[in-house]
Each structure stands twice: as structure tokens, then as C-alpha cells.
Ligand binder design. Structure first.
Ligand SMILES: *Cc1c(COP(=O)(O)O)cnc(C)c1O
Length: 583
């Protein structure tokens, strides 16, 4: 594993220097070898002219200035950085990113990325293998990040729902078939195709009734007429531990944030299956189509893994018994790369429940991954994966319906983003080729981050009795509050905030802070407080949050030293906070 990272002291410097040089050499040579008879443009005498040299000097100076500025950049490579979901980036990722950057492919189309698009496809298949999608069937693309990938899922779920609903509306209008919203909006593509052929439904008629390519308000009026009550539109069911990108999504897609229906979480902070079931039934009673169900593998706050396998079972049951095809998206932006652990027999610190949940991701319709988090890839690199072409289908302004002859030559019409760099795909490709996402080697890195988290937790719990760890610690994120037995939540919040403020000022460590609100996370807050006889007198729980992604914490010497210094630092901030709050 030590070969794959530069090292906190640039230990692998000499080799990295020569590899970067080889990328540059290749790039220079490539230019020279193409069209060898074309003339030079920048001649030797010109390169000696004072104005030319002055321009160069200006660039050198500005570059030096930029380097100076970057001296103050947040140092995320160091094992002392345990703040947000970012850490050291891997060497294959840097090489892949840099090599592609110089060729500047635009993966929006094969015309401007003959190789970039091929690399993207291969990288996508590597990610598919990791999460258990069939690599030959997976469809998807790299995105600017997890937020974008989540939007891609909403776009596709809406495309599907819109088709099925338009058809049902057509049959209601023209064939006298009563409109039953839940049946219609979850009918499945097979039923859709059967009905289209049975009734010989013309494409233009469906377009006229589409809420997406026609007028959504007219469509809603018609739906209202047929269901005999005002139509309020579809809803998205997302657990309370959701990432705020989902709320953004309902807003941007014009569903209205009211359409964002929260599924309760239980005392472990994970999606409650009972609540999900209730929300699905409630949607049916209120005649609100379920656009999609989201489960989260690796929550942004505490790294918890929702019971994806139970969600899969519930939805498959609804399909079997009621013919409901409900879109299931797994937001695995953070936790998706933990699926590498499924490819190794030993996974200490991963419970069998969580292993089952990760293994069930393969049954989802679509998945969000963030290579720029636990893939150790530079920004900006997210990925959207659909299980097959059918799940990947989406409408564009050009051709709204499934048959898409225009798609032959590029993805431009199936991605929300237009121009897309190939650098992220290329970095992922090189990492996959060398470390291998579905391999024990990559699993070893991920596993070491779990171990580091575990070691910190043990050390803090034994040396700092006022540290109250938030349970469960599912993965590699440790959240804790500062409280003594019997403390009130409001006092604990004040203490945690005091200590966080001091940590922010400290150059020695970077941690982050998160807040669980009682509105969505009450069971977990209560359980947390009960564990030390605390008194709940506030509607939120402030937590210090440590994200252990750093690969160098795998080294026992580094880990022991950092843990001991961190405990001491925390202790001194604790004492200071106690005296400042009692004054
Ligand atoms: C990070 C994250 C996102 C958003 O990803 P960006 O890359 O920041 O856009 C979405 N969902 C979850 C669970 C995340 O952890």
C-alpha cells in the first residue's frame, strides 16, 4: 500500500518526479511526432526576444506567487487532518488526472474525446464490478460530484414516471381506462410496452400529455380530472440522515421542497423500514406517486450504513405482491468504495449487517459514487451508475422517448452537465488498474481507515471520560459529544462548541463539527443521552466529527503518536472550556 501514496514527508518523491517527467516527455514527444512536416511556430530567435522573455518572467513570477498562496492551503494529506471527507490523493490518481489533463478530452462527445470516452467506459466497469453491478450491462457516466450524480438519478426516475403516467393518462382520455395513479406510475417498462402496442398509442400523443416535454400544469389538470381530486405531484422518500443534495434536487427539478418526504431514522440513525413502508402507503392514500426511494450507504454526518438489503426486500415484495416498480437509488457517495471490502474474506470492524447492506447495493436501480472521497481521486470526480441501459434512459429536449438513435455518438444529451473532463475518469481508471477497486489491495486501504477510527475511539474512551461517542461507529467516522454523566444536552452542546472553536484555532489538528436535529434524529439523540444518564433539554446535538480517511494512519507508529497528541490536545481544550464556561 505504501507504494501508492507520496507519503507525508514526500518519501516517494524521486520516483514520482520521474513518473511526472515521463508524462511530460510523452506529451512533448506526442506533439512532435504528429504531423512532422508542419512548420514550427515559435522559432529559436523569437524565444530570445526581450518581450518574449518578459512574458515568461511574468508567468514565472505569477506561478511563484500562486505557489506561495498555496502554502496556506488546508493541508489535507497529513494524518493530522481528520476533518472532512477528503484526504491524501493516491499516486495513480494524480498520474491519471495529470496525463488526461494535458490531452484535455471533453467526454461530452466521442468527437472531442476519442480516447477519453473509452477510458470513461472502462473506469465505469471497474466501479460496477466493485459494487456488484454487471460490468457489461452497467450504464452511467462520471460527474462533477455526488450532488450531480444524485440529480442524474432524479432525472431518470422522473423520465420513467413521466412515460408511464403519460401512457395511463392517454388511456384514460382516449380509451376510457380508469386512471389509478399508483398502478400507473409504477407499472414497469414491460407493461408499458405491452399497453403501447395493445392500444397502438402514437408517440406524439404521449408527448402532448407529458408533464416534462409538454405543459406540466395542463397535465396536472387532466390528472386531477381523472382522479377526482387535485393532483399534487410526485414525492421523493429520503431518510432523515440525508445529504442536503436531495433537498436541492426537489427544488431544482421543480417538484417543490414539499415533495421531499422524510423517512424516519431509528436509534442507530439509520432508515427505519417501518417508516418507509408507512410513507409509501401514505403516498398511495394521498395519490402522490413515489418518484424514488433513496437509501444511504455511508451517511455524511456519521458514516452510518442504511439497511439497504431491507429496503431491497421491501421493494421487491411490493413488486411481487402489488406489481409496484419503485425506483431505488443508493446514495453511496461516501460508502460505495467500502464495497471493496466485499472482495476480501476478512473485514474486521464491518458488522455482518453492514456487509449485507453493502452487498445489496447491486440490487438498486442506480447508485451514486464519489471517487473524490474514498476513491482517493482528486476533485472533481463523482459517478452515476445505472444497472442497465433501460435504467439509464432519460429524456432530452431532442427526443423524449426510449428510441434514441441520436445517442450513437456521445453522451451530451444524457448528462445534466455539458462539457465534461476526462481527468476524473482517467484517474479512476489508473487507480483501478493498479490498486484494483475489487481487490484485497484497495480493501486493505479502506480497512485500515476503519482500524484507525477504532483505535482513536478506544483511546479517547479510555483516556477522556467526558468523551461520549455517538453509536454506532459503523465505518471510519467518529462522532462524539463532550459531556459528563448526568449533564444536560444544552450544557454538553456548549462544551462541544467551546472545544471545537479551540480546535479550529489550533494548527495541530483539523476536525469537523456536525449537528443532529431532533426533527429527524430524535431516537438517536435520546439513545446517545441515555447512555450516560444525560438530560435532553435541547432540540439538537452538537458533535465533534473525525473522518479517518488518511492512509498513513495505517502505520502503527504514526497512529500511536497522533492519537496520543490528539488526546492531550483535547484534554487541554477541555480544561480551558470548563474554566471558560464556569466563569
Ligand atoms: C458527499 C456526499 C454527497 C455530495 O457529493 P458532492 O461530491 O459533495 O457533490 C451526497 N451524498 C452523500 C451521502 C455524500 O456523502
Amino acid at each position: 500500500m505504501k507504494a501508492f501514496f507520496l507519503g507525508p514527508k514526500s518519501e516517494n518523491e524521486a520516483w514520482v518526479r520521474s513518473e511526472i517527467q515521463s508524462i511530460l516527455d510523452h506529451w512533448f514527444g506526442w506533439r512532435k511526432s504528429l504531423f512532422p512536416n508542419d512548420p514550427e511556430v515559435i522559432s529559436k530567435p523569437e524565444r530570445r526576444e526581450p518581450a518574449f522573455l518578459a512574458d515568461r518572467e511574468a508567468m514565472s513570477q505569477a506561478l511563484a506567487e500562486l505557489n506561495d498562496l498555496l502554502e496556506d492551503e488546508t493541508p489535507k494529506f497529513t494524518p493530522r487532518y481528520i476533518g472532512h471527507m477528503v484526504s491524501e490523493i493516491s499516486l495513480p490518481a494524480i498520474f491519471g488526472h495529470f496525463a488526461a489533463l494535458l490531452h484535455n478530452p471533453n467526454n461530452t462527445s466521442k468527437e472531442v474525446a476519442r480516447v477519453g470516452t473509452v477510458i470513461e467506459r472502462e473506469a465505469l466497469e471497474m466501479l460496477a464490478e466493485m459494487i456488484g453491478f454487471e460490468p457489461s450491462e452497467v450504464a452511467g457516466h462520471f460527474t462533477g460530484g455526488g450532488t450531480m450524480a444524485n440529480f442524474e438519478a432524479i432525472w431518470r426516475a422522473r423520465y420513467r414516471l413521466d412515460h408511464w403516467l403519460s401512457l395511463a393518462l392517454y388511456l384514460a382520455e382516449h380509451e376510457g381506462v380508469p386512471l389509478r395513479l399508483a398502478d400507473a406510475t409504477q407499472m414497469g417498462w414491460q407493461r408499458y410496452r405491452e399497453l403501447v402496442s395493445e392500444y397502438s398509442v402514437p408517440d406524439e400523443k404521449l408527448r402532448d400529455l407529458s408533464a416534462v416535454v409538454s405543459n406540466p400544469y395542463e397535465t396536472a389538470e387532466l390528472i386531477s380530472k381523472h382522479i377526482g381530486r387535485p393532483y399534487r405531484g410526485p414525492v421523493i422518500l429520503v431518510p432523515g440522515n440525508k445529504h442536503f443534495s436531495w433537498q436541492k434536487g426537489t427544488n431544482i427539478f421543480g417538484l417543490g421542497e414539499e415533495a421531499f418526504w422524510t423517512v424516519d431514522t431509528e436509534a442507530k440513525g439509520k432508515l427505519s423500514i417501518a417508516s418507509l413502508k408507512q410513507q409509501i402507503d401514505r403516498a398511495e392514500n394521498e395519490q402522490r406517486p413515489v418518484l424514488m426511494v433513496v437509501s444511504v450507504a455511508g451517511t455524511t454526518e456519521a458514516g452510518e450504513i442504511d439497511p439497504v438489503h431491507d429496503v431491497v426486500d421491501l421493494l421487491e415484495g411490493l413488486k411481487r405482491t402489488r406489481g409496484r416498480n419503485i425506483w431505488h437509488h443508493v446514495d453511496a457517495a461516501y460508502g460505495g468504495f467500502m464495497c471493496s471490502l466485499l472482495h476480501t474474506p476478512e473485514t474486521p470492524h464491518l458488522s455482518s449487517e453492514n456487509r449485507k447492506a453493502l452487498a445489496a447495493i447491486r440490487h438498486a436501480n442506480s447508485v451514486t459514487l464519489d471517487p473524490h472521497k474514498l476513491g482517493y481521486i482528486p476533485y472533481a470526480c463523482g459517478a452515476f451508475l445505472a444497472r442497465d441501459e433501460e435504467a439509464y434512459a432519460v429524456s432530452s429536449f431532442k427526443a423524449a422517448y426510449l428510441d434514441r438513435p441520436d445517442l450513437g455518438d456521445g453522451k451530451w444529451s444524457t448528462t445534466i452537465e455539458g462539457s465534461r473532463s476526462a481527468a476524473g475518469a482517467s484517474a479512476t481508471w489508473l487507480t483501478g488498474k493498479t490498486m484494483g477497486f475489487a481487490s484485497p489491495k484497495f480493501a486493505e486501504v479502506i480497512s485500515s481507515t476503519f482500524e484507525a477510527c477504532h483505535a482513536f475511539r478506544e483511546a479517547l474512551e479510555s483516556s477522556c471520560p467526558w468523551v461520549q461517542v455517538l453509536h454506532p461507529v459503523d465505518t471510519n467516522i467518529l462522532c462524539f459529544s463532550i459531556a459528563k454523566p448526568g449533564d444536560t444536552l444544552s450544557h454538553s452542546n456548549a462544551m462541544t462548541d467551546e472545544i471545537f472553536d479551540r480546535l479550529v484555532e489550533s494548527p495541530n489538528f483539523a476536525v469537523s463539527r456536525t449537528v443532529l436535529g431532533a426533527q429527524f434524529m430524535a431516537p438517536q439523540i435520546t439513545k446517545h443521552m441515555d447512555a450516560f444518564g444525560g438530560v435532553v433539554d435541547a432540540d439538537h446535538l452538537v458533535l465533534l466529527r473525525c473522518v479517518f480517511m488518511n492512509p498513513f494512519l495505517a502505520s502503527p507508529e504514526v497512529r500511536t503518536r497522533i492519537i496520543s497528541e490528539f488526546s492531550k490536545e483535547l484534554e487541554s481544550h477541555y480544561q480551558a472550556a470548563v474554566s471558560s464556561l464556569t466563569q
